[in-house]
Design a protein around this ligand. Structure first.
Ligand SMILES: [Zn+2]
Length: 250
């Protein structure tokens, strides 16, 4: 299996063999180092590889079901509008919320939970440098966010989505302590960067059984397209279910 441990052990022995057999020129060493670093970077950027930690990224391909997930809220305006659309269609989703946004929008989080959606932890700060935080600081952020979610909703939080979907050895150590189930995605809609038409085209083209679909409840563009996106999904014969109906969460 291609993961951090196996990769590191394999490269360690590769370097050892090169040294033992005297085949170690500077060019060859540089090549091996570049390959190793590239693999680590790829594993960091692609949560679906399960390179540093185990994550759930999709449901069963045998059932015509998908789940919607919304990141980076709660936002006073856009999250409320997203909730209205979901309510109209009687769809339950997951909201991966940021702690410092919950602090100023507790009433929105309460509505998310009261409407029957799942709430997940998406760190306290969603800081740009979150991936460089030491494990201890990550744990503090995750626990602080758990605490505010539990205080507002009265429910325990057991799912976490890393900011930017980036994983690394620090996060792996933090998650071992906090014991969250890490949730990734199988279909990124790119709703933060693409226009509605492009997002809908992508859904139409790529949607498949078991998909965990990534949206952001902080985008006006997402509010505009959600109604149509739901129709696209339904027209493909897929049922939209809550994440815990699509996958098993420990
Ligand atoms: Zn995010």
């Amino acid at each position: 299996m291609l993961n951090y441990r196996n990769t590191t052990v394999s490269f360690f022995f590769l370097v050892l063999i090169l040294i033992v057999f005297g085949a170690a020129g500077i060019m060859l060493f540089s090549l091996v180092a570049i390959l190793y670093i590239s693999l680590l970077a790829l594993g960091s950027a692609r949560i679906q590889m399960n390179f540093y930690l185990k994550s759930i990224n999709r449901g069963s391909p045998d059932k015509a079901k998908v789940a919607l997930t919304f990141d980076d809220g709660p936002d006073e305006k856009t999250t409320s509008e997203i909730l209205n659309v979901l309510e109209k269609h009687q769809i339950k989703a997951v909201f991966f919320c940021i702690g410092n946004k919950i602090e100023i929008n507790k009433h929105i989080l309460k509505r998310i939970s009261d409407n029957g959606h799942l709430v997940g932890n998406h760190s306290w700060s969603h800081a740009f440098l979150f991936d460089f935080f030491p494990p201890g600081k990550m744990i503090l952020e995750i626990k602080k966010t758990d605490a505010i979610i539990e205080k507002v909703t009265g429910k325990q939080v057991n799912i976490f989505r890393p900011p930017y979907g980036v994983t690394n050895p620090f996060l792996s150590r933090a998650i071992k302590k906090t014991r969250h189930t890490v949730i990734g995605w199988s279909l990124r809609t790119l709703d933060t960067t693409q226009k509605s038409e492009k997002v809908l085209e992508k859904l139409e083209r790529q949607l498949k059984n078991g998909d965990i679909i990534l949206f952001h409840d902080t985008q006006q563009e997402t509010v505009r397209l959600l109604d149509k996106a739901i129709m696209v999904i339904k027209n493909k014969g897929l049922e939209i279910v809550r994440l815990d109906e699509l996958v098993t969460i420990n």
